[in-house]
Design a protein around this ligand. Structure first.
Ligand SMILES: *Cc1c(COP(=O)(O)O)cnc(C)c1O
Length: 387
C-alpha cells in the first residue's frame, strides 16, 4: 500500500533543521567533540524541590486517573498567584486559566479554534515555527511580519495593509523573542491592542521566556490595559524552571478565548497528568531563587559569548532577555553556509536564521544552554576559522 500523508501535512515546508541535524550526527560519528549551541533546551536540571513534589504526587493513587481537562484548581490558582505577584495581573483561575501539555500544545492548536479557511494569520518572521504550521493545518493563510533590526526586531504593525488586518483572525507576538531576543514594551502592545479592537482579531502572545532576562523584567502582555478584551497569553514552566521534558504549560487571558480554546482541547487530549501539575504548583508557588540562579548562570554565559564574539569582529546586539544570541553572518555567507563551516571546521552547532523564516536570513542563533567552559572552548575554535 502506498502511504500518502494528508495534503496539509505534505504541504508543510521541510523541517528546517534536518540538514544540520544530519551534519551534527555525522560529526559525532566521526568522533568529533561537538559543542552544541543549537537547540534551546536548558542544560540545567529541574530544581530539587519541584522534583520532590512530583515524586510524592506520582505515588498518590488519586492522581492516577484522567485529569480534569482544564487543569486542577490548585494548578490554575498557582498560575493566578504567579501572575499577580510577578506581573500585577489578576486572573480568575476558574475561567481565565487553563493547563496545557506545554505551551506548544496551546500555540499549535489555537488555529483550529479560531481560524477558518482563507483567514489571515499574522506571523512574525523569523519566528517559532508552530505559529505558521498551525495556520497551515487550519487552512489559514500565514502573513509574514518581518522582524528587522531597523524596527528593533518587533513586527511593524503600521506596515500591514488595512485589507490584510481586516481579514486577520490572529496576531502572534513572542516577547522575549525566539530567535532574535527582542523584548516588546507596553507601547508596542498598546498599538497591537488598538488594532485588534479596530479590526477584530485576537492577539496570541507567547511569553515562554518572560523569566529569562538580564536587567529589566519583561512585562506580560496581559498587564497592558485592554489586553484581556482581545487576547490570550501562552506560557509554560519549560524555560523558567528547566522543565522542557515535563510538558506543563498554560494559556490565560480573555475568558471567552480561554473557554473556546479549552473546548477545542477537550476534543484532542484529556489533560495533563495531575502529578505533573503538582510539580507545576511547586514551581510557580514555591521559592523563586532557583529562577534567579538560572538567570545569573545565563548572564555569565552571555557575557562570555558576546564578549568573545565581539572581540572576533562578529556583529551583534547584546541580548537583554531569552537565552539566545542573534548574530550577523560573516560577510559573504548565507546563514546555512556559515553554519556548515562551523560544524565542519570547528564542530560547533548553531542554527541558521533562515530556519526560522526567510527574514531570518543573514543571522545565526547561538543558544546559551551549555556550560561556560564549553562556550570558552567554542570561542577558541572560532579564532581559527578564516572567513
Ligand atoms: C521553548 C519555547 C516555547 C515553550 O514550549 P513548551 O511547549 O512550553 O515546552 C514556546 N515558545 C517559544 C518561542 C519557545 O522557544
Amino acid at each position: 500500500m502506498n502511504i500518502e500523508p494528508s495534503r496539509r501535512l505534505a504541504g508543510l515546508p521541510p523541517y528546517p533543521f534536518a540538514e544540520i541535524d544530519k551534519k551534527k550526527k555525522a560529526a559525532i560519528a566521526q568522533g568529533k567533540d561537538v559543542i552544541s549551541l543549537g537547540v534551546g533546551d536548558p542544560d540545567l536540571p529541574t530544581p530539587a524541590h519541584i522534583v520532590a513534589a512530583a515524586r510524592e504526587a506520582v505515588a498518590d493513587p488519586k492522581k492516577h486517573h484522567y485529569p480534569f481537562e482544564a487543569g486542577t484548581i490548585q494548578f490554575r490558582e498557582a498560575v493566578a498567584g504567579f501572575y499577580s505577584r510577578r506581573f500585577g495581573v489578576s486572573l480568575d483561575p476558574q475561567s481565565e486559566v487553563r493547563a496545557t501539555l506545554g505551551s506548544k500544545d496551546g500555540l499549535a492548536h489555537c488555529h483550529f479554534a479560531f481560524v477558518n479557511p482563507g483567514d489571515a494569520v499574522l506571523v512574525p518572521d523569523p519566528g517559532y515555527p508552530v505559529y505558521g504550521t498551525g495556520t497551515r493545518f487550519a487552512d489559514g493563510e500565514p502573513v509574514l511580519l518581518p522582524l528587522t533590526r531597523e524596527k528593533s526586531f518587533l513586527p511593524d504593525l503600521d506596515a500591514v495593509p488595512a485589507t490584510v488586518l481586516s481579514r486577520a483572525r490572529l496576531l502572534f507576538v513572542n516577547s522575549p523573542n525566539n530567535p532574535t531576543a527582542a523584548v516588546a514594551d507596553a507601547a508596542f502592545f498598546e498599538k497591537a491592542i488598538r488594532l485588534a479592537k479596530k479590526y477584530g482579531f485576537i492577539i496570541a502572545h507567547d511569553a515562554a521566556y518572560s523569566e529569562i532576562y538580564f536587567d529589566r523584567p519583561p512585562i506580560s502582555f496581559l498587564s497592558v490595559p485592554g489586553a484581556k478584551d482581545v487576547g490570550v497569553e501562552f506560557h509554560s514552566c519549560s524555560k523558567t524552571y528547566n522543565m522542557t521534558g515535563w510538558r506543563i504549560g498554560w494559556f490565560c487571558g480573555n475568558a471567552e478565548i480561554v473557554g473556546t480554546l479549552g473546548r477545542l482541547k477537550d476534543n484532542f487530549d484529556s489533560g495533563v497528568f495531575e502529578a505533573i501539575q503538582a510539580a507545576g504548583v511547586a514551581a510557580l508557588a514555591g521559592p523563586q531563587d532557583c529562577v534567579a540562579e538560572s538567570r545569573s548562570v545565563y548572564r555569565e554565559r552571555r557575557d562570555v559569548l558576546v564578549g568573545g564574539l565581539k572581540r572576533l569582529g562578529w556583529s551583534l546586539d547584546v541580548p537583554q532577555a531569552s537565552f539566545y544570541v542573534w548574530v550577523r553572518n560573516p560577510p559573504g555567507y548565507t546563514s546555512a553556509a556559515a553554519v556548515e563551516r562551523l560544524i565542519e571546521e570547528a564542530a560547533i552547532v548553531a542554527v541558521p536564521g533562515s530556519g526560522f523564516g526567510r527574514h531570518g536570513e543573514g543571522y545565526l542563533r547561538f543558544a546559551l544552554t551549555v556550560p561556560k567552559d564549553r562556550i570558552e572552548a567554542a570561542l577558541e575554535r572560532l579564532v581559527k576559522i578564516r572567513w
